[in-house]
Design a protein around this ligand. Structure first.
Ligand code: NAP
Length: 267
């Protein structure tokens, strides 16, 4: 596994992480075994970045992640999110404590604002985020689905900390962030965490077969390799299936040439 620095933090996170949207959908914990096994296999293969959210499966995704990392919490980097309508000061603090409880950990590594909410002053949300850092409940602050102007406001609202990452949709089939958010992240050394890098499982059919043959990769692996070709990007595919997780973990063992990346981009 290859690792990259999170923002300007010095923290190393795996270039391919593990998304956990829709994990723990079943209310019966016995049904979680396959998803937990998949996450544990990913950890074994060096994927230390795990992304969840208070919203996912009504909190059960966080519970499932907690079960998966119970005996290896210090080896993983847990990213979770607070969502509207919990962006007022006291609600942020409460939501974080709830996430920490569901995860069964004493702190989260990265606490992200899931979506911006113009109804709540960003300063209010960020002052709560910084209090959480001071209290030792959170290590780093991230944002998600923030435009460049919203990211600028978020950074200006922080007194002592920096925005480490912006989690946004990015895949071979959805490249809109290349217009502004990606160049901004590169310039400002903010990690772009690419969500839905496999286009929600709608794997691209346009990938040139000569590239797949040359590297012995599946189209999904090529999509992840492509999405993380920029040093500022990490990707968080979701794989409930252990075979998918293994495939994803080995998607960047070699890098394509820039001409091959270009060929994929124009495919
Ligand atoms: P995704 O990762 O693009 O696609 C997931 C789908 O691809 C699943 O159906 C999965 O199947 C399948 N898959 C995984 N690996 C595969 C492989 N090697 N070959 C073929 N199929 C494969 O979609 P996503 O879940 O929307 O996004 C990933 C993560 O990003 C989420 O889990 C979440 O953590 C985050 N996210 C964040 C936001 C946000 O607003 N911040 C929004 C959406 C997503 P199996 O599960 O059966 O293995």
């Amino acid at each position: 596994m290859e690792y990259r620095q999170l923002g300007r933090t010095g923290e190393k996170i795996s270039v391919i992480g593990m998304g956990c949207w829709e994990m723990g959908l079943s209310k019966n914990h016995k049904d979680w075994a396959g998803e937990i096994a998949s996450l544990r296999r990913g950890i074994e293969l060096g994927m230390n970045l795990i992304d969840t959210a208070e919203r996912y499966s009504s909190g059960r995704s966080e519970e499932l992640v907690g079960e998966a990392v119970r005996d290896c919490r210090d080896d993983v980097f847990i990213a979770t999110k607070v969502a509207p309508p919990n962006l007022r000061h006291d609600a942020v603090i409460r939501a974080c404590k709830e996430s920490v409880r569901r995860l069964g950990v004493s702190y989260v590594d990265l606490y992200q604002i899931h979506w911006p909410d113009s109804a709540v002053p960003i300063r209010e949300t960020m002052s709560a985020m910084e209090e959480l850092i001071q209290a030792g409940l959170v290590r780093y602050i991230g944002i998600s689905n923030f435009s460049v102007p919203e990211a600028e406001d978020a950074r200006a609202a922080l007194a002592r900390s920096e925005i480490a990452s912006n989690q946004v949709e990015y895949s071979l089939t959805n490249r809109s962030v290349e217009a502004d958010i990606l160049p901004y992240c590169v310039r400002e050394k903010i990690t772009l965490m690419a969500y839905s890098p496999l286009a929600h499982g709608k794997i691209a059919r346009s990938i040139p077969s000569d590239i797949l043959r040359k590297y012995g990769m599946s189209p999904a692996q090529a999509m992840l390799n492509w999405a993380t070709r920029n040093q500022q990007v990490v990707a968080i595919p979701k794989a409930s299936n252990i075979r998918h997780q293994e495939e994803n973990a080995s998607s960047i063992v070699v890098r394509f040439s820039s001409a091959e990346y270009d060929k994929m981009s124009s495919g």
